[in-house]
Design a protein around this ligand. Structure first.
Ligand code: HEC
Length: 395
């Protein structure tokens, strides 16, 4: 009963996280596109940077953006912050519930680094705070003065963090940590820079003083960063469904390739929204790192030795010893009350039926057994591969 409630809690948290994320990303994409498409017009108030006309939902909208602020504080002012905060809060809850509470299954891989769950969680959680401090310092420093210099140094730091995570945690744990790190920076940009700066502007308006334009410029810079980092974060969030992305020895380079590809795609959309002629070269330019990442997942995938013909009698004890604690109608692994994803190895027929999936999970990507908690050997993986390649026969 308790396990069922926990599963429902997990579902509700994930659902809410995704819904809030959609709202946040939707408003981020909308406002960056709106900003890019603003047209100046001599008829407008000199304080207005530009205006946009839009048609949606059966009506026309005329939106104007003030470069700094209007002379007065509007009576009804809509703020955009809760979707960002809620996405982060529910994301953190999921991260803790799945990855930090079950660190030995999802976060730690002893073949990468032997860590106790306590140490792993301390490194994982601490790095999220450290990441924000480093990024924020970088933006405020001399590096932050030109966009290209900041973008390049930010990218180098991001790849360095990815390299670090993939050399400390399991592949899946590393990718989710990269997503959590960037997501934390994005939410902190809203909570620590964008909203406080907007509050300062509002406070000035209330006092009848002229707001400092630097506040708006700073907020705009961080909001552009958030826009460009959205696509790679979503990639890391989905990657746990595609083990081949992280289950290879170049996983950090794979993610670096995806970062570059998604930045270029985002850039294409942003320039396109500004009304400029779309730069179609950006698409083939994005395809290069993307295909590079695809190739790396192939050449970096772990291989197995050829061990000749293997019968079911030889692999049955491997499944019994290395998999059956979790993959059974009644799992004996502590904390599991049902077979994960309904995958059970109680009878030879059940094992045979799952052979293609077993090949992917235990041989090609090696994500099973989770965290190699049951200590399967390379030779045993090779035997499973040989049995499946020989037609997964039961006699
Ligand atoms: C410690 C528990 C544990 C052990 C041991 C274990 N698994 Fe799993 N397995 C899981 C969990 C948890 C999932 C669900 C993973 C997820 O949701 O991403 C899973 C999922 C799977 C899936 C389904 C993957 C999918 O995406 O549909 C297969 C196939 C699988 N395991 C095979 C194996 C094989 C083969 C072994 C033994 C070599 C093994 N597992 C050992 C916990 C375990």
């Amino acid at each position: 009963m308790i396990d069922m409630l926990l599963e429902w809690a997990s579902l509700l948290i994930r659902w809410t996280h995704v819904i809030c994320g959609i709202c946040w990303i939707g408003s981020s994409f909308y406002f960056i596109a709106l900003d890019a498409g603003l047209q100046s017009n001599p008829r407008l108030d000199p304080k207005v940077k530009g205006e946009a006309w839009q048609v949606h939902g059966g009506g026309f909208y005329n939106i104007q953006k003030f470069s700094v602020a209007p002379d007065f504080l509007p009576e009804h002012l809509t703020w955009f912050k809760w979707e960002a905060y809620a996405t982060w809060v529910f994301g953190l809850a999921l991260l803790i519930l799945i990855y930090y509470f079950n660190a030995s299954l999802y976060l730690i891989d002893p073949t990468v680094m032997t860590l106790t769950p306590g140490v792993a969680v301390a490194i994982a959680g601490g790095s999220l705070v450290l990441g924000w401090v480093v990024y924020d310092t970088l933006c405020r420093s001399w590096f932050g003065l030109t966009t290209s210099r900041l973008a390049l140094s930010g990218f180098v730091l991001l790849v360095a963090a990815t390299y670090g995570y993939t050399h400390v945690f399991s592949g899946q744990g590393a990718f989710i940590q990269v997503g959590a790190l960037v997501g934390t920076i994005m939410a902190a940009n809203v909570a620590m820079i964008i909203i406080p700066n907007q509050r300062k502007t509002v406070a000035c308006l209330l006092k009848g003083e002229e707001p400092n334009p630097i506040w708006g410029a700073q907020a705009k810079q961080r909001s552009v960063h958030n826009n460009y980092t959205t696509l790679p974060v979503l990639f890391t969030m989905l990657s746990s469904h595609y083990a081949f992305t992280y289950a290879n020895k170049y996983s950090w380079l794979v993610l670096a390739g995806i970062f570059i590809a998604t930045f270029l795609v985002r850039h294409w959309f942003n320039t396109m929204h500004s009304g400029a002629k779309p730069d179609w070269k950006l698409w083939p330019a994005a395809a290069v790192p993307f295909f590079g990442a695809m190739i790396l997942t192939q050449v970096g995938a772990p291989g197995v030795a050829n061990v000749g013909n293997v019968t079911f009698a030889e692999v049955a004890p491997i499944f019994e010893q290395r998999c059956h604690t979790c993959h059974a109608a009644k799992p004996t692994f502590e904390g599991l009350d049902a077979a994960p994803k309904g995958v059970m190895f109680d009878t030879p027929q059940m094992i045979k039926r799952q052979a293609p999936l077993i090949m992917v999970q235990a041989v090609v990507t090696r994500v099973m057994p989770l965290g190699n908690i049951t200590e399967i050997t390379d030779e045993e993986r090779a035997k499973i591969a040989a049995w499946i390649n020989g037609g997964a026969k039961l006699d």
